[in-house]
Design a protein around this ligand. Structure first.
Ligand code: ATP
Ligand code: MG
Ligand code: MG
Length: 348
């Protein structure tokens, strides 16, 4: 059978590998760091993205390359792409690697974002504050996740401290959105252009990290349609192949796009126990060139992340009737995603 290459050996790479194995496919993971989550599920190559020989051998051993995180060095992508296809493609990566490029793209296809302005120094920060106002959030353009690389500005007095915390990295200032809820929609697009979206979930964050996703989200039918239309517009505009996560703010004026992720998404983990075909299988189907599967929701689900010492609750959770998903990462560390549970709250 075909072999799927995956860049990244964290929990998302692991769950993609498990889904691929279930479809009878081989998996080869490339991961510079140690990858306990991936080791039990797939063949893993440990090498740096600077190691051209290792990257070349990896690309030659697979039929298609996908990824579990978007911050892959451009030179590595160029080398891989000279040997085999990368799905989702380079346009999706270039767009989502940089918040400024991403927000500009979203606005260009008619989608709403928070007001934003680029920041590289104190002069541009002051201009950005004048344009978007306060409260606001300053975010590094690249590499931020789980709320890292962000500083909140309650008033213009916070400007100097917020800028200092960026350590000179290019940033974007975003106006603060007074949302009533955060939701996300996980969409998929096949190689033939077919689109299937999972039902939107409602997300609650704790200390900047996703804590729970609840489906169905408490939104009416018109917002639900808006979420699907937003995902479809992004997928088509990027000529996308694979699964995409779109984070949205619910406001009185409608949905505002917070950010997109060109991959399977933590807020889509509920699909493992709420749908016939989950986000991981859907992604593998898409990148392998198969038809998309049936991702309609047949249960109400609450997904809860097990972060750090939360994993010590596993013996008790194992007796409590929830579905356990543990990543095999070893010793818990604060802020580290160790697993998640899916609590099925009612079945259809
Ligand atoms: P992720 O781990 O989802 O990639 P991230 O580090 O990229 O997170 P964001 O999603 O940009 O961070 O922001 C984290 C959280 O901060 C959001 O889910 C939301 O709760 C809050 N937030 C971000 N931007 C804004 C905004 N403009 N207005 C209000 N709240 C915001
Ligand atoms: Mg993000
Ligand atoms: Mg986010």
């Amino acid at each position: 059978g075909a072999t799927i290459g995956i860049l990244g050996g964290g929990q998302l790479g692991r769950m993609l590998a498990v889904a691929a194995a279930r479809l009878g496919l081989h998996v080869h993971i490339f991961e510079p760091a140690s990858a306990p989550a991936a080791e039990t599920a797939a063949r893993v190559t440990h090498a740096s993205y600077d190691d051209a020989d290792a990257l070349r051998a990896f690309a030659q051993s697979v039929d298609v390359v996908t990824y579990e995180f978007e911050n892959i060095p451009t030179a590595a992508l160029d080398l891989i792409e000279s040997i085999c296809p990368i799905r989702p493609g380079r346009r999706a990566l270039a767009t989502s690697q940089d918040r400024l490029v991403e927000k500009t793209f979203l606005n260009s296809i008619g989608l709403h974002t928070a007001p934003f302005a680029p920041v590289t120094d104190i002069a541009s920060l002051n201009a950005a504050i004048a344009a978007v106002g306060t409260p606001a959030i300053l975010k590094t353009c690249r590499m931020g996740y789980d709320g890292k690389g962000q500083a909140r500005l309650k008033s213009p007095d916070d400007a100097a401290a917020a800028l200092a915390s960026m350590n000179g990295a290019p940033a974007v200032l975003e106006g603060f959105i007074d949302f009533s809820a955060e939701i996300s929609i996980i969409g998929a697009r096949g190689i033939d252009g077919a689109i299937a979206c999972f039902d939107p979930g409602e997300n609650v964050h704790r200390d900047g990290i996703l804590h729970t996703t609840t489906v169905p989200a408490k939104i009416g039918p018109s917002l639900r349609s808006d979420a699907v239309l937003i995902a479809a517009r992004i997928l088509n505009a990027l000529d996308y192949v694979g699964v995409l996560g779109v984070e949205l703010f619910v406001t009185p004026g409608g949905l505002i796009v917070n950010e997109i992720a060109p991959r399977v998404h933590n807020s889509g983990h509920w699909t493992q126990n709420g749908c016939l075909v989950d986000q991981f299988e859907q992604h593998i189907r898409a990148v392998a060139g198969w038809p998309l599967g049936d991702g309609s929701r047949y249960a109400d689900v609450v997904m809860e992340n097990l972060i750090g010492d939360d994993v010590l609750r596993v013996p008790e959770l194992a007796r409590s009737g929830v579905a356990l998903h543990l990543y095999g990462k070893g010793a818990p560390r604060p802020g580290r995603k160790m697993g998640h549970i899916n609590r099925v709250t009612s079945r259809q």
